[in-house]
Design a protein around this ligand. Structure first.
Ligand SMILES: NC(=O)C1=CN([C@@H]2O[C@H](COP(=O)(O)OP(=O)(O)OC[C@H]3O[C@@H](n4cnc5c(N)ncnc54)[C@H](O)[C@@H]3O)[C@@H](O)[C@H]2O)[C@@H](O)CC1
Ligand SMILES: [K+]
Length: 515
């Protein structure tokens, strides 16, 4: 699913209005009706108090129009207009008049007005600012926003939580509505998925207001949201006459004294994600550990007992996953450096391989094109330097990816895969996956997919999706706290099977026929 920018949404609005020969207020009416239907379906006329806080632009206009529909259906509403500017939009004014026709008089709130009382069982509709926010709200509006956040009432935001910019990071974190639910028009917004701003959104849903499908189809976006539909197009079915050679050979290079578990996890994950063959390359200390815990896997050893000192491979793997558990000792840095200088095979780099690259940036030029780097936030900072906010981080990663012709997997609650100027935002996974070894499993899954012939970008996107989906399936039986990296591996199978599961249809009971 594409994530459109505010500029693109405004353009889609204009094109739809022109093509359909409708007024902009008709588009607002569509939006308001969708909002109303959503609420009405869930509330079924319940006499809960609904406080609608509306700005003076089109987001406020949506709120005012919604208020009219709620009033028409007998809901208990109170409307407040937050008068933060003299420049009321045309469609806001049209809808204000329509509301007044119903003899509903909003409270017009200015800077020194008292804040209304809101019960914790009430509902707040947040229509103060939409995608038109272009500077931080004034101090008194921030107070109103804080009042809503402190009320403990359920907050339903129209289009975007008020105070969040659509395409830039926040300036004032106090000035943002904390939404329980966002009904976002036509597209979710990128900020819903970034660490600094995603926390203002508990849940979201898209309302289709019928913006011009052709414009939406042909318009390229900088970001895409990745769900099942997106990865299904990447999936490679197994061939009937395939053999283990058809599905590639993964080599996992890693480990040091006390850190052999990471190699076990990566190697096993590569196998479970479908790699035909898997070999691990480890210090001697790892030989028995791997041979006895993973019978399907072949093992090669370094000359040294406890750490990697000379990466000397005499096999021809399809892809190499390198870095888990290797540490950063002088001997290992040397070994990795000389390996990178001669290696031409596709790479997935993780953990200390990334830390070694950060300390020896000249090695980056040795990476084969389309190498996949999987840093967690600290490793990323070492690679690209500090960032000011999430948008600055994304800009820096894009620049890095372009310069070094590599794919960067920014691990997080919503992992984002960046190649060149484009980002792919993952939707699977859960907080239980913040656990030891989770990253090692991801490295194995991506390596295993690459071995099977998935192009690098697909391997990264699909791998991140599968890893998260395995976590989502696992958590149903483990809970967040007890989820471990091994559970993730055990559920890779479930994540694959889930790709082809049809959504469950609601059971419709047959009506009793008179006999
Ligand atoms: N035809 C359309 O454009 C549609 C727009 N829709 C709604 O319209 C919204 C966008 O409306 P607007 O463009 O009117 O913008 P907003 O309603 O988000 O903001 C209102 C206006 O306030 C001003 N402003 C921005 N930041 C401010 C600040 N900190 N303090 C004071 N004033 C500030 C800006 O001039 C802005 O246009 C969407 O989020 C959506 O809810 C929907 O009705 C669907 C159709
Ligand atoms: K809003």
């Amino acid at each position: 699913m594409k994530l459109y920018s505010a500029k693109q949404i405004y353009k889609a609005d204009q094109i739809s209005i022109k093509k359909e020969e409708i007024g902009s207020n008709e588009l607002m009416e569509r939006a308001a009706l969708q909002l109303f239907n959503w609420m009405h379906l869930r509330m079924q006329g319940a006499p809960v108090k609904i406080h609608l806080f509306c700005g003076i632009g089109n987001n406020g206009g949506d709120g005012i129009a919604l208020a009219r529909h709620l009033v028409d259906h007998g809901y208990n509403v109170e409307v407040y207009v937050i008068n933060y500017s003299e420049k009321r939009s045309k469609d806001f004014l049209i809808n204000l008049d329509r509301l007044k026709d119903r003899k509903v008089w909003p409270h017009f709130m200015n800077s020194d007005d008292e804040l209304p009382e809101i019960g914790r069982e009430d509902i707040i509709v947040d229509g103060i600012f939409g995608i038109g926010l272009n500077r931080s709200p004034d101090a008194w509006v921030v107070k109103v926003i804080q009042h809503l956040n402190n009320s403990q009432a359920f907050i339903l935001s129209i289009d975007i939580p008020s105070g969040l910019f659509t395409d830039q990071g926040p300036e004032d974190f106090e000035a943002i509505v904390k939404s329980n639910f966002v009904l976002s028009f036509q597209t979710p917004k990128l900020v819903f998925f970034l660490p600094e701003t995603g926390k203002y959104i508990e849940q979201w849903e898209v309302l289709d207001i019928g913006l011009d499908p052709e414009y939406l189809r042909v318009t390229e976006t900088d970001y895409e949201l990745i769900g099942k539909n997106e990865v299904l197009t990447m999936y490679k079915p197994r061939e009937k006459y395939g053999h283990k050679g058809t599905y590639g050979h993964s080599l996992i290079i890693g480990g040091s004294y006390g850190k052999m578990g990471s190699v076990c996890l990566s190697s096993k994950a590569a196998l479970y994600s479908g790699s035909g063959l898997v070999t691990s390359y480890v210090p001697k200390i790892g030989y028995n550990i791997l041979q006895s815990s993973l019978p399907e896997i072949m093992v090669l050893t370094d000359a040294d007992e406890n750490e990697l000192t000379d990466i000397n491979i005499e096999i021809e793997p399809t892809v190499i996953g390198v870095g888990v558990g290797i540490g950063t000792s002088e001997a290992t840095v040397k070994a990795l450096s000389s390996f990178l200088k001669t290696n031409k095979l596709p790479l997935v780099l993780d953990a200390d391989a990334l830390n070694i690259l950060s300390l020896n940036k000249e090695l980056l030029k040795n990476l084969p094109e389309d190498s996949i780097l999987t840093p967690h936030p600290k490793e990323l900072e070492r690679l690209i330097g500090k960032w000011e906010d999430d948008f600055d981080k994304l800009a820096k990663v894009k620049k890095f990816s372009k310069k070094h012709k590599c794919i960067v997997v920014i691990k997080g609650a919503h992992t984002i895969i960046v190649q060149n100027g484009k980002g792919y935002v993952n939707t699977t996974g859960n907080p239980g996956m913040a656990t030891a070894g989770s990253g090692d499993v991801l490295t194995g899954v991506i390596t295993g997919l690459r071995a099977q012939g998935y192009p690098a970008l697909d391997a990264a996107i699909f791998g991140v999706y599968l890893h998260g989906r395995a976590g989502d399936i696992a958590v149903e039986s483990t809970g967040f706290q007890s989820l471990t990296a091994s559970h993730l591996i055990d559920n890779i199978a479930g994540a694959y099977l889930d790709l082809f599961k049809m959504p469950e249809q609601p059971v419709v009971e047959e009506e009793n026929q008179p006999s």
